[in-house]
Design a protein around this ligand. Structure first.
Ligand SMILES: CC(C)(COP(=O)(O)OP(=O)(O)OC[C@H]1O[C@@H](n2cnc3c(N)ncnc32)[C@H](O)[C@@H]1OP(=O)(O)O)[C@@H](O)C(=O)NCCC(=O)NCCS
Length: 165
């Protein structure tokens, strides 16, 4: 359904929250609360977006991304895809959307934290051009797992992932 890029990416709204929360709870051991998403809606430097199937009306949430753009940095806060729709290119589309927004805003680098055990996400980020640049010991409070810090350099040439949208 979305392999050919047939999903639309639009700003997340209050109406999306029930579906977003279902995905969030299915995706993370320490999910964000509804209020955490609401805080992003009113944050002036936050960009919460959802991917929806463009060929279905009324459409539903396939996945979402939330990132901050502050001065020369884009920081990725959250990215998840509905488990049923994983491995269909939606995560890559959401990430490429964020990178394109960052480039348009003139950011120089993008950063994120990821669990070392999250092979799916690490593979996605590496494919997009992110590289590991450091580690935050015990970053995840629920499991005390370290975080790998990954960085994307906008000054490099445009990657295939960024090129997708
Ligand atoms: C990580 C996540 C967002 C990926 O979304 P997705 O829509 O399934 O990813 P895509 O289909 O766009 O995959 C793009 C590439 O990522 C890599 N990838 C995705 N899932 C993978 C997996 N389970 N194992 C290995 N590589 C994987 C592959 O390189 C894939 O390309 P390919 O399908 O051509 O081989 C999704 O697995 C998810 O929601 N996970 C739970 C939440 C999460 O961990 N978020 C990240 C927090 S840092």
């Amino acid at each position: 359904m979305v392999k050919d890029g047939s999903c639309k990416i639009i700003r997340m709204t209050e109406d999306d929250l029930p579906e977003v929360m279902l995905i969030e709870k299915a995706s993370f051991p320490a999910p964000w609360t509804e209020q955490a998403f609401r805080d992003e809606f009113v944050c002036p430097f936050s960009y919460p977006y959802v991917a929806k199937a463009s060929d279905i009306h009324p459409s539903f949430v396939l996945g979402y991304i939330c990132f901050w753009i502050i001065l020369d940095e884009l920081h990725l806060l959250n990215l998840a895809v509905h488990p049923v729709y994983c491995r269909q290119g939606i995560g890559r589309e959401l990430l490429s959307f964020a990178l394109k927004m960052g480039r348009a805003a003139g950011t120089q680098f993008a950063t994120l934290e990821v669990r070392p055990s999250n092979i799916a996400a690490i593979t996605l980020y590496k494919d997009a051009g992110f590289i590991p640049v450091g580690r935050r010991p015990g970053y995840y409070s629920n499991s005390k797992e370290d975080a790998i810090i990954m960085e994307y350099d906008f000054l490099k040439k445009v990657t295939d992932t960024e090129d997708m949208c």
